[in-house]
Ligand binder design. Structure first.
Ligand code: ARG
Length: 600
């Protein structure tokens, strides 16, 4: 199914081509003057320049060719050679009917060919509390996962759990010092107790203490390093204890992500790439990619001439390769963050064979991914251009610095959700919404409003821009917010229920009034919005569309009464338009990871 904009583009392209103009110049865009036209093409201006022709004359010839198109009510040349296109009411009505009948895509289309896509997002770590970077990654990644799946790709959302670095050695050492896990400290093969000696609270308490201690106390740091190496080397007691850390953390994280409607298909950890390490190192060595550098082993990834100035310890400045080499094995013999990422690409190649891997990770890790991707291409682990880092800006506090809780600590996802849900309850009570509903339903609504507020606030910004955390604004039922959109959707639901009670029947869609035309045009624009959002990996284009749709519906509802329309055919047509709007609005919101309650 094609949207009107695309099919008109094709018709206009053909008309230009018939005049000897490259049809690429004949782009159709939404009209700058919606009072005069629905779409316009400025192609004649560019084409006339190339052909040294008169743009108005060329436009007139093209317009003449288009005049017979049954979808168009009028084709006019304006100004220096713009072509204004106005759709017929019948064409708009037919398109709205298509959207209404399209149960799965609500008027959008699939991307072809279907691809295998891995989306690496959230990236939480065992025991370490999550910060705003993880929150944004979860929200954006979840939305992209839904969008790519919606457009027909096979998608694996992977949490890429941080379960393998130095923090594991820190925790093991700290547990040992506190005699929390004595049974796991023996050097032998076990057996080790099946129950976890540590709780989530233990981990949350131990990690910051141990991290701080490692900074001040070199002996402690060395013991933690040694424990990390022994864990990675396979010491059975440490492995058994580590498995408990991972399980305890994962259970808690899944619960928190679940509260945000964020889920994963894979909970692969950094540790899952570990078994591939020997094979990878051998391959990198055999291909000559792995080279010795000051006791460490690295892969050079900068191309000829790619350098930047680097200041050395002695103050002198040299031209150093840029990006710097990827550190694969440190001088102490350990695998690094980049090593794990590279091995994970090999793992994904073997287990899935993805056409595309998207990494939704903080912009500050851009160089890390540039290094890893280049190394992966050099090693033949991924087809060129199949790895993309989708960076994003930060969520800031009012002070312009990354958002922290009032106590000054990093934000905990759990606290954020609680805070947002408290605010949602407050707002619902103020607005007298849901007061008379059963408690469990009210709670569900409050959670949905909270999630909508947080997610929409994030996703309505361009991914790369930073924004300020302002719960009051996010939670408002007015303006460009998640709660406003939920409220609009719920309003349509209640309208549909009322219509059903009154026995109003759906009827074929007829488009007459300007507000009906505008609504039909907006419904048509969903296809382009989802396609663009997909191509640019930009959920904000879907957020934009959802907001535009809600506003267009509001105007329609104000101008075109439904239940008290003059006749049954008009009632039924407008009711069908309302149902199509709801379907598309809920579809768009779902792509943002936002669920709509039935009532409020
Ligand atoms: N765990 C990492 C962090 O907390 C994020 C992981 C991102 N994904 C990746 N494949 N490196 O910074």
């Amino acid at each position: 199914m094609t949207d009107l904009k695309t099919s008109l583009s094709e018709a206009v392209g053909a008309a230009f081509a018939a005049e000897g103009v490259d049809k690429a110049l004949a782009r159709v865009t939404a009209s700058d003057r919606p009072d005069l036209a629905d779409f316009q093409s400025n192609g004649a201006l560019a084409a006339a320049k190339a052909l040294k022709a008169n743009p108005r004359e060329l436009a007139a010839k093209v317009a003449e060719r288009l005049a017979a198109d049954p979808r168009l009510a009028s084709v006019e040349v304006a100004g220096p050679g713009f072509i204004n296109l106005k759709l017929s009411n019948a064409a708009l009505a037919q398109r709205a009917a298509e959207v209404a009948a399209d149960e799965t895509l609500a008027g959008a289309s699939l991307s072809t060919p279907s691809r295998k896509v891995v989306i690496d997002y959230a990236g939480p770590n065992v025991a370490k509390p999550m910060h705003v970077g993880h929150l944004r990654s979860s929200i954006i990644g979840e939305s992209l996962k839904r969008l790519f799946r919606f457009r027909g790709d096979t998608v694996w959302g992977d949490a890429h759990f941080g379960d393998w670095g130095f923090q594991m050695g820190l925790l093991i050492t700290a547990c040992g010092d506190e005699n929390l896990a004595e049974a796991f400290m023996a050097e032998g093969d076990g057996p080790f107790p099946p129950d976890s000696p540590v709780t989530l609270e233990d981990l949350e308490r131990l990690y910051p203490q141990a991290a701080a201690k490692a900074k001040e106390d070199p002996a402690f740091r060395d013991r933690a390093r040694k424990a990390t190496a022994e864990l990675q080397g396979g010491r059975p007691g440490y492995r058994a204890l580590w498995a408990h850390f991972v399980a305890v953390s994962r259970t808690a994280l899944e619960r928190e992500f679940g509260a945000l409607d964020v889920t994963f298909d894979l909970w692969n950890g950094e540790s899952d790439a570990d078994p591939l390490m020997p094979e990878m190192l051998a391959h990198l060595k055999d291909t000559g990619l792995l080279v010795e550098d000051d006791g460490a082993q690295v892969v050079h990834v900068a191309r000829e001439g790619e350098t930047r100035k680097k200041k050395l310890a002695d103050g002198s400045v040299i031209e150093a390769p840029s990006p710097p080499p990827l550190l694969v094995v440190s001088s102490e013999g350990s695998a690094m963050y980049g090593t794990t990422d590279l091995a994970t690409i090999l793992d994904r190649k073997k287990s899935i064979g993805p056409d595309l891997i998207l990494y939704v990770v903080d912009e500050r890790q851009a160089e890390h991914f540039e290094q890893v991707f280049r190394a992966a291409y050099l090693a033949g682990y991924a087809p060129e251009k199949s790895l993309e880092h989708l960076g994003f800006g930060t969520m800031n506090g009012a002070d312009g610095k990354p958002f922290k809780t009032r106590a000054g600590g990093v934000l905990k996802l759990h606290d954020l959700i609680t805070m947002a849900t408290d605010k949602a309850r407050e707002r619902l009570h103020e607005a007298k919404l849901g007061d008379d509903l059963p408690e469990a339903e009210f709670e569900d609504i409050a959670r949905k409003v909270a999630v909508a507020a947080l997610k929409f606030a994030d996703l309505s910004n361009n991914r790369t821009t930073s924004y300020v955390f302002d719960l009051d604004r996010f939670m408002s039922f007015e303006g460009k917010t998640g709660p406003y959109l939920l409220y609009q959707a719920v309003r349509v639901k209640s309208l549909l229920r009322k219509a059903a009670d009154q026995g109003v029947a759906f009827a074929p869609i007829v488009v007459v009034e300007p507000a009906e035309r505008d609504l039909a045009l907006t419904l048509d624009a969903f296809d382009a919005a989802t396609a663009d959002a997909y191509d640019k990996r930009s959920p904000n284009l879907i957020a934009e569309h959802a907001y535009r749709l809600a506003q267009s519906f509001s105007k329609f509802y104000a101008a075109c009464p439904i239940l008290v329309a003059p006749d049954e055919a008009t009632k039924g047509s407008r009711l069908a338009l309302a149902a199509a709007t709801l379907h598309q609005l809920e579809t768009a919101l779902r792509l943002l990871g936002i669920e709509t309650p039935e009532r409020m």
